[in-house]
Design a protein around this ligand. Structure first.
Ligand SMILES: NC(=O)C1=CN([C@@H]2O[C@H](COP(=O)(O)OP(=O)(O)OC[C@H]3O[C@@H](n4cnc5c(N)ncnc54)[C@H](OP(=O)(O)O)[C@@H]3O)[C@@H](O)[C@H]2O)C=CC1
Ligand SMILES: O=C(O)C1=N[C@H](C(=O)O)C[C@H](O)C1
Length: 237
């Protein structure tokens, strides 16, 4: 497949390596400096775009790809206040858009485990909280993964109305603490506490390869499908 990389930072470079290993070609590597190169590419030059840029750039990048008729796989976090507009544009353009806050198989298994545990904890009198730990370069907080996990808890546990980014626990909410440390690729811990005990589950990424492989597999899956998709559409778990 002919892949256009939008965003050529830590994720863009990891995705490039895995895409080449899987026999794909990279038709462009776009970052802030060379955005005009995209204007020279026509519909047929790109089979799929993979977008891992920054919270401020994602909306315009996705819009650009949908208008160009390129299927787009997006992993950028921190832009979801525009999600409804993108879904409408995708429908208007009869386009193809894939989004996941986290592309690793392990985290998507963890999303299921989280929802199952949240359901078990319903009515048991525990206070839920979460800690996410990432590298110091990360621009958004809480992480997109933490938001997905918190939404999963709120969907399954009637004691939790929603989430708050806050240092202290608050009844009725799952509080998220966002810590930034060195080069940590991504750690998420969900905790249920009572006076007598604590139950915790955690996922720790050792590197970015799992995220990148999931994005490339999604990019292989998307062309030829019209609409808005996510990991639940792709994975049979
Ligand atoms: N869904 C998932 O599984 C994962 C999601 N992420 C998310 O992906 C995003 C990127 O992460 P990461 O690679 O670590 O970040 P980096 O900062 O390492 O890379 C971002 C890249 O995007 C480029 N960029 C910025 N603005 C634009 C633009 N308008 N058009 C094209 N490129 C642009 C930057 O260019 P320049 O260097 O010139 O500024 C840089 O090359 C983040 O939002 C992160 O949260 C990360 C890991 C996994
Ligand atoms: O910025 C990162 O690095 C990561 N971002 C994603 C997120 O915000 O959840 C996924 C992963 O945790 C790494």
């Amino acid at each position: 497949m002919k892949i256009l990389l939008l965003g050529y930072g830590k994720m863009g470079k990891t995705i490039e390596k895995i895409a080449l290993e899987r026999g794909h070609s990279i038709v462009g590597k776009i970052d802030l400096q060379n955005r005009s190169e995209m204007d020279n590419l026509g519909k047929e030059d790109v089979d799929v775009a993979i977008e891992f840029s920054s919270p401020e750039s994602a909306y315009s990048n996705i819009t650009y790809c949908l208008k160009k008729g390129w299927p787009i796989v997006c992993g950028t976090t921190g832009w979801l206040e525009h999600r409804a507009e993108i879904e409408q544009l995708c429908a208007d353009q009869q386009g193809s858009f894939f989004y996941a806050s986290n592309y690793s198989i392990g985290v998507n298994l963890f999303f299921r485990l989280n929802r199952h545990l949240a359901k078990l904890m319903n009515g048991q009198g525990y206070q839920a909280s979460m800690t996410e730990i990432h590298h110091i370069h990360k621009l958004d907080a809480p992480s997109g993964t933490a938001i997905t996990l918190a939404e999963g808890v709120a969907a399954e546990n009637s004691a939790v109305q929603g989430w708050k980014l806050a240092p202290e626990d608050e009844g009725g909410f799952i509080t998220i603490k966002a810590e930034r440390e060195g080069e940590v690729p991504g750690t998420h811990i969900i905790r249920y506490e009572s006076d007598v005990d604590t139950i915790e589950i955690s996922h720790t990424a050792h590197n970015r390869a799992g995220f990148a492989l999931g994005a490339v597999v999604s990019a292989e899956w998307l062309p030829g499908r019209q609409g808005v998709f996510g990991m639940d559409d792709l994975l049979k778990i």
